[in-house]
Write a protein that binds this ligand. Structure first.
Ligand code: CU
Length: 150
C-alpha cells in the first residue's frame, strides 16, 4: 500500500509534463532593418527520462537555422557548427559569446517586442515549440511579454 503511493508520486512529474519533455525559454536580439542574420539564445531543459540530441531547428523567417558555438582560435572569434545533446534532467544555456541558434537568410527583421515561433526537432522524433521575443540590445530581460506581429 505505502509502496504504491510512493511509486505514484515518483511517476507524477512525467505525467505532468506530458509531451513537453523539453522546455526552451528563448529570446533573441532585435535585428537591424536589412540584416540577414540573427541569433536565438535561452535555456533548454530536458525534463524527459531519455538523452536527446538536437537534429534540426525550424524558424519561419530564416532560410536556415543551426546551432553555433563561438570559439576563439588564434586570437580570432569564430563561430563553428555545434551539436546539442542533453542528458535526462540536464539544462544548457545559449548566450551571447557562446552557444546560440544562428539564423541565416532572414527575410524580415526580428522586431523588439514581437514574438516568433521556433521549433526544436529531436532525435527521438519529438519537437518542442517555443516563442522567441525580440529584445533590445544586450538586455537579457524582456522588454515586454511580447506580442504577435504581422
Ligand atoms: Cu553563429
Amino acid at each position: 500500500m505505502y509502496r504504491s503511493i510512493i511509486l505514484l508520486f515518483l511517476l507524477l512529474p512525467s505525467f505532468a509534463f506530458g509531451d513537453l519533455a523539453v522546455q526552451f525559454d528563448a529570446w533573441a536580439r532585435a535585428t537591424a532593418p536589412g540584416a540577414t542574420t540573427g541569433a536565438i539564445y535561452g535555456e533548454i531543459h530536458n525534463h524527459g527520462d531519455q538523452a536527446i540530441v538536437l537534429k534540426d531547428v525550424g524558424f519561419d523567417l530564416a532560410g536556415h537555422a543551426m546551432v553555433h558555438r563561438t570559439v576563439v582560435r588564434d586570437g580570432m572569434m569564430r563561430m563553428v557548427h555545434s551539436s546539442v545533446e542533453l542528458a535526462p534532467g540536464e539544462s544548457i544555456t545559449l548566450e551571447p559569446g557562446g552557444l546560440h541558434i544562428m539564423l541565416m537568410g532572414l527575410n524580415a527583421p526580428l522586431e523588439r517586442g514581437c514574438r516568433y515561433d521556433v521549433t526544436l526537432k529531436w532525435d527521438d522524433g519529438s519537437s518542442s515549440h517555443s516563442l522567441v521575443t525580440g529584445r533590445f540590445g544586450q538586455s537579457k530581460k524582456p522588454d515586454s511579454a511580447g506580442q504577435s506581429c504581422p
